[in-house]
Ligand binder design. Structure first.
Ligand code: RUB
Length: 313
């Protein structure tokens, strides 16, 4: 039985109260620390079993953001202890270090991304990405004046969060409906998006609509930057595995009362799409910016060739 706190976090991730790849990773790691603190296991083996069970519940919430399994893997493999209490303390310490690492990576990445932005530049964003926002935040801190076209991002309107946060930074924000993106690309210097996963061949998996935006941007000669800390690199893709694209419910697309009006038709609601590497100009990470084709080297350095799923053991 997993603790109520873990169940609650899993529920908040599944219902998207907690959303965005980095934020999901943080919540999942913190839930493991809570699971360790709340477990009454008195042997390291029993505590490890409790942690694996908690990790399984957290893992099965949403399938696409690789930051979630990557976070669980880091915590479950880095912890050590000869006794249950040593192991418990090690989980809390490991999670603290992991969370501090997330913040530091976001900050370092933001500094790298900010170097791409010049004073007076206009960016176009899609969805809400804390990594992408870090780039603008650092550019503004450097004294650059930045404007933004912010796509609203149907059906969940994460663009509203982006618009609000960019405006708070002092960015001149224009909110547009998704289908107006092509119309405004001529006024844009960079498309700036985040990622839920970056694959070994440099493809970027991000909120549905990113791929279409990137293709339009290429047609207009606008560079596409993907801000993604290395926690978003998908190590399973090194061995040829594909990434599951989450399909969400139709109630996000048509409200219950609209069913009768639209009739008996299928509704498909994929949450993410795949932007092939050839439409991405740079992947901005905490270790520098890379052409998407070079991501594979970075992935091997960080994760090695083999990955394990400790929660599945
Ligand atoms: C969020 C989304 C974000 C990435 C990156 O999708 O696609 O662009 O997760 O976010 P959802 P961050 O709202 O469905 O979770 O840079 O904050 O990790």
């Amino acid at each position: 039985m997993v603790s109520e706190a873990v169940e609650r976090t899993a529920e908040r991730i599944a219902t998207m109260e907690v959303r965005g790849a980095a934020t999901i990773a943080r919540a999942a790691a913190e839930a493991l620390a809570t699971a360790a603190e709340e477990s009454d296991a008195d042997t390291p083996e029993a505590l490890r079993a409790d942690l694996r069970e908690a990790a399984r519940v957290l893992h099965d919430t949403r399938p696409t953001a690789v930051s979630l399994p990557n976070a669980l893997r880091v915590v479950l493999t880095d912890v050590q202890g000869e006794t249950a209490s040593e192991l418990r303390a090690s989980v809390v310490e490991t999670v603290d270090a992991f969370v501090a690492g997330l913040d530091a990576a976001r900050d370092d990445l933001g500094r790298v991304g900010a170097n791409r932005l010049r004073d007076g530049d206009t960016v176009m964003t899609h969805c809400h990405s804390t990594d992408a926002l870090a780039c603008v935040e650092h550019a503004v801190e450097d004294g650059k004046s930045i404007s933004a076209y912010v796509k609203e991002t149907r059906p969940r309107q994460q663009g509203h969060v982006t618009a609000h946060q960019l405006a708070e930074l002092g960015v001149d924000v224009t909110l547009i409906v998704d289908s107006a993106a092509h119309r405004y690309l001529d006024d844009v210097d960079h498309v700036l998006v985040g990622a839920d996963a970056v694959t070994a061949d440099g493809s970027v998996i991000n909120k549905v609509g990113t791929a279409g935006l990137a293709v339009s941007a290429r047609e207009r000669g606008v560079p596409v930057l993907c801000a993604a800390q290395t926690l978003k690199l998908h190590p399973d893709t090194l061995a040829g595995h594909s990434v599951e694209i989450e399909m969400r419910g139709e109630s996000e697309v048509i409200e219950a009362g609209e069913r009768e009006r639209v009739g008996d038709i299928e509704v498909a609601n994929p949450a993410f799409d795949v932007t092939p590497a050839r439409f991405v100009d740079a992947v901005v990470t905490e270790r520098g910016q890379f052409p998407p084709q070079a991501v594979v080297t970075l992935m091997r350095e960080r994760y090695g060739d083999a990955t394990t799923d400790p929660w599945a053991e």
